[in-house]
Design a protein around this ligand. Structure first.
Ligand code: NDP
Length: 283
């Protein structure tokens, strides 16, 4: 039976360390600050933004919140970002996605100073990740890497199979694993014989967004399974991209859904904000 990699416990431990670090910085007159910008009324986005604010408060990070109406012109949003880029109290800027259709998301993400881009989505930060010199690493894949480290998963020489190639999860996590000297296979919807690819994996990272599409019987005996997927089935139930029960019988370690990768994402956002404040203060 697989060991459960407890994302909640790992996240709590790291948030504790972040709170200590924030205290230390405050004693030196540095208060890390995060600006969160929400445009429109998307219910899920509202929930995420309030979770981020609460998480900031819990560790002592100053959080500045901008809730703009859905019809906000693009130029107004860009002007706000420009102001935040120049605000010395703000070390991280996060624009909650998705943005309303009339706003060019790429243009907005590229307007954020790469030195305050705590989501790690700016092409400058993507490029730095690809060349192996990361500045800000995107929060969900970064959380995956931290979880594996905490769980003692050694990647050098291992076969890592990533399913999903989005810019926010699949692609960056593939590069992060490559940086740790894994041999990486990156799969997507056009991949032929996915089962065969998954069977090779010493470490499987699933980021697809389809409930339990990766079958337990595909998992290699002793593999590590990291399930990024969060899929709602029915009214209340959340499941991952992997058949958890069946995969647990074969894997050596596995992340649950919920309580796995989920809690790590906001934790790494806090971490990136504190790192940014430290860089700015040359601490
Ligand atoms: P996207 O929808 O952007 O990407 C999904 C990827 O899966 C695509 O690359 C797609 O391939 C691939 N895919 C879809 N169907 C198949 C298939 N049948 N076989 C193989 N590959 C397939 O999703 P995200 O990366 O944004 O998110 C993935 C999951 O992770 C979602 O469940 C999301 O909710 C969750 N998530 C969780 C977070 C957390 O904090 N825990 C944070 C972010 C995401 P193609 O490119 O060819 O279309």
């Amino acid at each position: 039976m697989a060991k459960i990699i407890d994302g909640k416990a790992i996240a709590a431990k790291i948030r504790g360390e972040i709170a200590v670090e924030v205290n230390r910085l405050e004693a030196k007159g540095v208060k890390p600050g995060l600006a969160v910008v929400l445009v429109g009324e998307d219910p899920a986005s509202k929930v995420y933004v309030s979770m981020k604010e609460k998480a900031c408060q819990d560790v002592g990070i100053f959080s500045d919140e901008y809730k703009l109406p859905a019809e906000t012109p693009e130029a107004e949003l860009l002007a706000l970002i420009d102001k935040l880029n120049r605000d010395p109290c703000i070390h991280g800027i996060l624009v909650q996605l998705p943005l309303p259709k009339h706003i060019d998301t790429e243009k907005v993400l590229e307007a954020i100073s790469p030195h305050k881009d705590v989501d790690g989505f700016h092409p400058y930060n993507v490029g730095r990740l690809v060349v192996g010199k990361p500045l800000f690493q995107p929060c969900t894949p970064y959380g995956v890497m931290v979880m594996m480290k905490e769980a003692g998963v050694e990647l050098a020489g291992k076969e890592v199979v990533v399913v999903g190639r989005s810019n926010i999860v699949g692609k960056p996590v593939a590069f992060m694993c490559l940086q740790q000297h894994a041999t990486v296979t990156l799969c997507h919807s056009k991949t032929r014989d996915l089962a065969e690819k998954v069977r090779m994996a010493d470490v499987l990272i699933a980021a697809v967004g389809q409930p339990e599409m990766i079958k337990g019987e595909w998992i290699k005996e002793g593999a590590v399974v990291i399930d990024v997927g969060v899929n709602r089935v029915g009214e209340k139930k959340l499941v991952g991209d992997v058949e958890f029960e069946k995969a647990s019988l074969r894997a050596s370690a596995i992340t649950p859904v919920p309580g796995g990768v989920g809690p790590m994402t906001i934790t790494m956002l806090l971490y990136n904000t504190v790192e940014s404040a430290k860089r700015e203060a040359k601490d």
